[in-house]
Design a protein around this ligand. Structure first.
Ligand SMILES: Cc1cc2nc3c(=O)[nH]c(=O)nc-3n(C[C@H](O)[C@H](O)[C@H](O)COP(=O)(O)OP(=O)(O)OC[C@H]3O[C@@H](n4cnc5c(N)ncnc54)[C@H](O)[C@@H]3O)c2cc1C
Length: 398
């Protein structure tokens, strides 16, 4: 018996959980699969996409998320630095292109870990490369499950069924697993519309900055250098009523219209993007749940705590979940005890991050006067804000 088989046998006896099915090969699902396999569990990942292909936006990976990933898969932070860009310089600009403020990132000095910008797709590739390809089952759209005391039966589009001892729903904001557990329906629209893409485009600003934030009137844009000559642009606008365009061409002309008064260097990145590669979608979250687990089923990442992107914590908190779920399943003697502990370790923290993220999304749309008034009021609470950042970024896996 090899080491992995021995570990698998020990774990199955100890926890009566040998076979784990994860729905979703996003950052959360893949990180969890790596973590659990390293502890000897038999893990299978089911993903609805027919193939891994370029998708998603530029993501900021902060010290808390990177510390958890590194604990799950040593050496991964170095791989991500190569696949993405280590954040050094950032700039805040106005729509005419003038620099209002430039900053040097201080994450390493302050929190002992760096900050990396990476394309969601490249992150998926880095994580998938740390798993055997035969445990990731593409073209498997989960449509539901049924469970009893001894197992979970999971159903897929096309009639496939698999059985597992534990089902982890890591299937994002529109999670089928969460819907089956809660029946809560559609997510909340946060009055913020998003247009985004990642294209091969070396923006002139990247000679000096890795991340540029451009603030307009009730709208803003991020330009992220995701490495290897690729730019991720993310444009958002305050829009109380959610309305979607009818075609790819309409999406592109809509966003160019929104940016009509902006400096041509910002518009140029949108003009250079093929219409069919621009994604338009509403920014949404869901109310926090008091429980993420029922019997042999639990949730993780966006399926458990979808949040506005304002604090750049969606993927980062899914890495925290992955580490903690693995630790709970390895340390607790029963599945029930492990899932109770997992919720105790995760729900309160992610509720705070979700709440702050929704607030942060609206702060993007403040006028300059509103921002300075708020900052005046907050000045007395600065120590609290610093404490909050230390609490957020200083999170370390136990
Ligand atoms: C504009 C924008 C900017 C963002 N910026 C940041 C950032 O800077 N930092 C950060 O940490 N986060 C950021 N996020 C959030 C981040 O993208 C998500 O929180 C993160 O991707 C969640 O990972 P996940 O694995 O839980 O879910 P997802 O990434 O949504 O992955 C879910 C996976 O499940 C699959 N799936 C879905 N349904 C099924 C099904 N029924 N059957 C099988 N498979 C299924 C999907 O195809 C997908 O591969 C941002 C999000 C947006 C929209």
């Amino acid at each position: 018996m090899n080491i992995q088989e021995q570990a698998l046998t020990q774990n199955s006896e100890k926890h009566k959980v040998a076979k784990i099915a994860i729905i979703g090969a996003g950052p959360g699902g893949l990180a969890t699969a790596i973590a659990l396999r390293n502890k000897g569990f038999d893990v299978q990942v089911y993903e609805k996409a027919q193939e891994f292909r370029p998708a998603g936006t530029g993501l900021g990976l902060s010290p808390n998320g990177l510390n958890c990933l590194e604990a799950i898969s040593p050496g991964i932070v170095e791989s991500l630095k190569i696949s993405g860009t280590e954040l050094r310089q950032t700039a805040l600009k106005n729509v005419s292109g003038e620099t209002i403020r430039a900053n040097t990132a201080k994450y390493l000095e302050k929190y002992g870990q760096t900050f990396i910008i990476v394309w969601w797709w490249n992150l998926q590739q880095v994580l998938a490369s740390r798993l055997p390809s035969d445990i990731i089952h593409l073209n498997h759209r989960c449509i539901g499950f049924k469970q009893n005391d001894s197992n979970v039966e999971i159903y897929f589009d096309g009639g496939n069924t698999v059985n597992a001892d534990l089902l982890i729903g890591a299937d994002g904001v529109n999670s089928v697993i969460r819907e089956t557990l809660t029946g809560e329906g559609k997510p909340n629209y946060l009055r913020s519309m998003c247009w985004r893409s990642v294209i091969k485009y070396n923006h002139e600003l990247f000679n000096s900055y890795d991340l540029v934030f451009i603030k307009g009137n009730k709208q803003f844009m991020y330009l992220l250098n995701v490495g290897d000559g690729y730019t991720s642009w993310i444009s958002r606008k305050f829009l109380p009523d959610c309305s979607l365009s009818q075609s790819a061409e309409q999406v592109k002309s809509r966003i160019l219209h929104e940016l009509k008064d902006w400096d041509k260097s910002f518009r140029a990145v949108v003009e250079a993007t093929p219409a069919e590669e621009i994604k338009e979608h509403p920014i949404c979250d869901r109310p926090p749940l008091s429980h993420w687990s029922q019997g042999r089923v639990t949730l993780l990442g966006d399926a458990a705590h979808p949040m506005a992107p304002a604090m750049a914590q969606g993927a980062n908190s899914s890495f925290e979940d992955a580490y903690e779920l693995q630790a709970c399943l390895s340390q607790k003697s029963t599945l029930e005890a492990a899932l109770i502990r997992y919720e105790q370790r995760r729900i309160e923290r992610t509720q705070v991050i979700q709440g702050r993220s929704a607030l942060g999304e609206m702060r993007y749309y403040e006028t300059d006067t509103e921002t300075s008034e708020r900052q005046m009021q907050e000045r007395s609470q600065l120590a609290n804000n610093d404490d909050f950042q230390t609490w957020l970024y200083g999170y370390k896996p136990y």
